[in-house]
Design a binder for this molecule. Structure first.
Ligand code: SAH
Length: 237
């Protein structure tokens, strides 16, 4: 085993997440594949096993302190990169129907390799969130959307809320500027049909503060959103 089981369990147990033996082994295997592939593909700047445990696994699982997932619910992880937070959530919630979305194909090749190796089922989609958000098969189809380190909140909201069904939840994971971003996203939330209903801040061991925002989709998103990416970024809501 290359990861420290104690480090993983002692931190996630403290917020009520309890991986069993098999799940710990899955996290270990995932870390091994990540390190192996990172040499070739430069998937993540986070490289040591302890860092992977804290900054990737624990950070991703922290969502489970605030959100309860039920069987067969649909979750889309927008800008998933090397699979965060989607893959750790799937390891802990086997019955979730997870779609991994990224605009870069090689990231999804990696995710598919991890899914195969761990015998997990998930869907990988190469594409842009703002384009999927205008497609009938994806628009307002997901119980949950997640985004970590994708863009500032008002932009992330335009990428994620159109994919989230009414009554569903957009989970935004933020670093140091979380509250500033939340303030600046008020208009975007209102325009897109979202409302911040919960927030939770954690101090990651020697990795700083992280905040999870729980954003409820309270009304349908007007069809003109999401716009194309240059409009979203040049004229954010
Ligand atoms: N969520 C991961 C990766 C963050 S990096 C993590 O926290 O580790 C941001 C990722 O979002 C990159 O992999 C990039 O390719 C992807 N991305 C950026 N804009 C996107 C968009 N509009 N649609 C889909 N993917 C996007």
């Amino acid at each position: 085993m290359i990861i420290s089981k104690e480090l993983l369990l002692s931190t996630v147990n403290s917020f009520g997440v309890n991986p069993d033996e098999i799940q710990v082994e899955m996290f270990d295997k995932f870390a091994q594949i990540l390190i192996e592939w990172n040499g070739k593909f430069n998937l993540t700047a986070i490289k040591t096993p302890d860092e992977i445990v804290i900054k990737h696994f624990v950070d991703s699982l922290y969502i489970m302190k605030s959100v309860r997932f039920e069987e067969k619910q649909k979750l889309i992880d927008v800008g998933t990169g090397a699979g965060f937070p989607g893959l750790p959530l799937l390891i802990m919630n086997n019955d979730l129907d997870v779609t991994f979305l990224d605009s870069t194909g090689k990231k999804l090749t990696f995710i598919q390799a991890v899914l195969d190796e761990l015998s997990l089922k998930g869907t990988t989609v190469v594409g842009r969130a703002e384009e999927l958000g205008q497609l009938l098969e994806h628009r307002e189809r997901y119980d949950f959307s997640t985004a970590r380190a994708v863009s500032e909140l008002k932009i992330g909201a335009e990428l994620c809320l159109p994919l989230t069904k009414k009554g569903g939840t957009f989970i935004a994971m933020k670093g140091a500027k979380a509250f500033e971003e939340a303030n600046e996203a008020k208009n975007a939330m209102k325009t897109l049909g979202g409302e911040i209903v919960g927030k939770d801040t954690i101090e990651l061991p020697s990795a700083g503060e992280r905040t999870v925002f729980i954003i409820k989709k309270i009304s349908q998103t007007p069809t003109k959103y999401p716009r194309n990416y240059s409009q979203i970024s040049k004229h954010p809501l």
